[in-house]
Ligand binder design. Structure first.
Ligand SMILES: *[C@@H]1O[C@H](CO)[C@@H](O)[C@H](O)[C@H]1NC(C)=O
Ligand SMILES: *[C@@H]1O[C@H](CO)[C@@H](O)[C@H](O)[C@H]1NC(C)=O
Ligand SMILES: *[C@@H]1O[C@H](CO)[C@@H](O)[C@H](O)[C@H]1NC(C)=O
Ligand SMILES: *[C@@H]1O[C@H](CO)[C@@H](O)[C@H](O)[C@H]1NC(C)=O
Length: 352
């Protein structure tokens, strides 16, 4: 300290260490391959693959570009389209599993597909990581023992919804939902929380494909505080019934004539971070297995030791991703923040 010459020398030594990270002679090359499976909804009720598949590919290429993470391994992905349909998603999973090379993990998208994939994957000792599954039903370690997600659970927003109701002293709440397990369990969780606080769900409407009648019923009952949960394509239809301008404002913000081009765009950071969570977990697991003379590539859908190593590493994930801090609860849920925004007429502010 204090001696300028000494600290300059120290900085020089540090720089030398930084530019020569590995002992000379052992050039590190990613000359081995780890393959993962990818299931992306490219169409259907949530075609999030449109935004998420490019994000995943970008992340894989970024991970492969880093020599300090998985220095021996290059990550590759075999993927296919689930159309956000559980039947097709399951078929894609089997195709991925029965074709070589062995997949070390499966990435998947929409909730209804994630549910089937995560339930089946345990038979192959496969860890499943979802970038777009928000169904609260997925937070069940007994049903889905190897499941993690970078997408926050749907019920995650319920405590925040409750805080907003309290802040404005709203006591009579109405709900509108698409008929899917994901949304039903979100609303059921909300109903429980609302009752506990002495508030009421006064009108509860649901619809399968056409929200017209449900919206008409809300109007007839003069519902003012409405919580809506539905997929994005449904969201458009609902808001068109209530306020045409909403769509126009949204479209203007997105500056695209074809909004279907960017389905999954909001989830793209979650997909990008999912790949990094996976890469860090593989990296950590590889070191742990190495101590026992094992390697990640020994995985054969039977090897619980490798699954456990990946699971434990994923379970202790902690890094700053582009979607914020990435960490999982013991149930595999994303620990996340929610932003609450307020629209009054045409002005817009953030609530704290
Ligand atoms: C990969 O590279 C390392 C270090 O250069 C070498 O020891 C190893 O034999 C190579 N493995 C393969 C499969 O080529
Ligand atoms: C990483 O990307 C940079 C710039 O695109 C490239 O020059 C470099 O060779 C890449 N490194 C690896 C290990 O692929
Ligand atoms: C919107 O897109 C058009 C054409 O794609 C472009 O000319 C224009 O500058 C964009 N506007 C904004 C605000 O980005
Ligand atoms: C997962 O992490 C939690 C703490 O978040 C810990 O209690 C639990 O034992 C961990 N499970 C495994 C299998 O590592």
């Amino acid at each position: 300290m204090g001696n300028p010459c000494e600290s300059r020398y120290f900085a020089f030594v540090l720089l030398m260490l930084l530019v020569t990270p590995c002992p000379s002679g052992s050039q590190i090359i990613k000359n081995k391959t780890l393959t993962i499976g990818g299931i992306f909804p490219m169409s259907g009720s949530w075609a999030g693959g449109e935004g998420c598949l490019p994000a995943v590919q970008m992340a894989l290429s970024d991970v492969n570009n880093q020599t300090d993470i998985l220095p021996e391994y290059k990550l590759e992905m075999d993927s296919d389209d689930s159309q956000c349909k559980p039947g097709l998603g399951t078929k894609v999973l089997y195709k991925l599993l029965y074709n070589k090379p062995t997949k070390l993990l499966v990435l998947c998208g929409c909730s209804i597909v994630s549910t089937f994939v995560a339930q089946a994957a345990k038979m192959w000792k496969l860890v499943v990581l979802s970038y777009g599954g928000s169904s609260p039903a997925l937070s069940n370690r007994e049903r889905f023992p190897t499941f993690f997600r970078t997408h926050p659970s749907g019920t995650l927003h319920n405590p925040i919804r409750l805080k907003v109701f309290k802040k404005f002293n709203w006591k009579r709440i109405s709900t509108i939902q698409e008929t899917q397990e994901l949304f039903t369990s979100t609303i059921e969780d909300l109903e429980k929380r609302v009752k506990r606080e002495g508030m009421d769900i006064v009108v509860r409407q649901s619809f399968l494909t056409d929200p017209t009648n449900a919206v008409r019923n809300l109007r007839r009952q003069d519902a003012r505080i409405i919580v809506g949960v539905f997929y994005e394509d449904m969201a458009r239809r609902v808001f068109c019934q209530t306020a045409q301008q909403f769509t126009e404002r949204l479209d203007k913000m997105l500056n695209t004539s074809d909004t279907s081009l960017i389905t999954g765009y909001p989830e793209a950071p979650l997909a990008y971070d999912a790949v990094w969570a996976m890469a860090f977990a593989f990296h950590k697991a590889a070191a742990k297995l190495g101590e026992r003379g094992m390697q990640l590539e020994d995985f054969d859908y039977n090897n619980e030791e490798i699954t456990d190593a990946i699971y434990s590493a994923m379970n202790s994930t902690k890094f700053l991703g582009i979607s914020g801090n990435v960490a999982f609860t013991a149930k595999g849920d994303r620990i996340a923040w929610t932003q609450v925004e307020q629209f009054i007429s045409k002005s817009h502010s953030r609530l704290d």
